[in-house]
Design a binder for this molecule. Structure first.
Ligand code: G3P
Ligand code: MG
Length: 258
């Protein structure tokens, strides 16, 4: 069975970039994470109607841009006209939606790692998303700087069919860890489980760690409330505001092989 790459997983990952301080899922948010000393980001990727992969969380434009409409009905020329920064603050006025290609170029330039979430919104195909995104990720980034995650099982299954565990670390995303977590991870040859930190139990955390998987939690922004999760064995926190955790998170774990 192929072994996962030796991935230097950090304790803190900036959720949607440094999203407490810059508009989420933008190039500025990734630069802000880097400038604040955080070298891994979590980002969401989905397809426009014309098949272009873009870095975006919601199915629609409304919350994070000056436009309206569903991504599934738009093409790249249309979304490039939008301002995706001014909703956050005037400092980011003029920010443009990042394509996957824009974002990968920046991650390469800054030597950063990414937990890329395949964001499968209602009535859209996870398989199609994986088919388009996975080859581009593999071409741009070494496996040591990449985790591919999704709540969508077909997306992850298709991703695994495209690349084995030595090339593509897969993270199983789940709001709460199901009873059958182990078989799900085994079927995908997963690297990690990513779960809501408020719904994780100490018992489940210890089971997951004992089985050899990495355990990541989203989206804690209160380091004191999160403190006992480190004791349960959680490897990484995916936070909107990782600078808050300075002095609270334990030192980075040693590099684990396999
Ligand atoms: O990948 C962790 C987290 O981002 C999952 O939820 O809705 O923030 O994409 P969401
Ligand atoms: Mg996400």
């Amino acid at each position: 069975m192929p072994q996962p790459p030796a991935l230097a997983l950090p304790r803190l990952i900036a959720h949607r970039g440094l999203s407490a301080h810059a508009p989420e899922n933008t190039l500025s948010a990734v630069r802000a994470a880097h400038d604040a000393g955080f070298h891994w980001v979590e980002l969401d990727v989905q397809l426009l109607g014309d098949g272009t992969p873009v870095i975006w969380h919601d199915a629609t434009l409304k919350r994070c841009s000056d436009g309206h409409g569903r991504l599934a009905t738009l093409d790249l020329a249309a979304v490039r006209k939008l301002d995706v920064g001014a909703w956050f603050s005037d400092d980011f006025r003029g920010e443009r939606m990042a394509t996957l290609s824009d974002m990968l170029a920046l991650l390469v330039e800054l030597d950063m790692g990414v937990n890329m979430e395949l964001k499968v919104t209602r009535r859209r195909s996870g398989t199609e998303l994986a088919e388009i995104v996975v080859p581009r990720l593999l071409k741009a980034l070494p496996p040591e700087r990449l985790i591919l995650s999704s709540f969508d099982q077909p997306a992850l299954q298709h991703a695994r069919s495209l690349a084995d565990a030595s090339l593509l670390p897969i993270g199983v995303l789940t709001e709460s860890v199901p009873e059958k977590w182990r078989s799900r991870c085994e079927a995908l040859e997963a690297y990690s489980i990513h779960t809501d930190w408020t719904r994780l139990t100490a018992r489940r955390a210890r089971e997951i760690k004992a089985a050899g998987y990495r355990l990541l939690c989203y989206t804690p922004n209160d380091p004191a409330a999160f403190a006992n999760r480190w004791e349960w064995g959680v490897d990484s926190a995916i936070s909107d505001d990782p600078p808050l955790f300075t002095g609270f998170a334990p030192p980075a774990p040693p590099l684990e092989l396999g």
